[in-house]
Design a protein. Sequence first.
Length: 134
Amino acid sequence: EPEGVSERLRQALAPLAQLTGDRTRTLPASLGLRAAASRAAGAGAARTAALLADAAARLAPGDPDAHYLAGFFAVRAGWEDEAAEWFRSGIAAARAGGDTAARALLLSSLGNYHLRRGALPQAESLQRRALRVA
């Protein structure tokens, strides 16, 4: 579990975990959480933004944009490994939904993760895949 996660925030987000897979309920909640994550990031609360984006993506598992945002904010919070997991799951969601633009963005983001890790062959391979998909 990432460092610095507020127990109060986790408790506040717990009711969202109780939502069903009914998109009429989960999609609006996911979009609201994404907006809240963006506001938190704008206010300099990177960890809060990452937690909110994480919750949003969990509510919208088939939405690659939600996965990207969760990964993006995880990077800003310093949670690189969590970000890579969101990018990977987002690639799968984008592939399943036929969203080539999101897939290219997520492949590139995962490539950047490997670049920051110094894994140049993996980074190059992912960036080339992103260019082919785009």
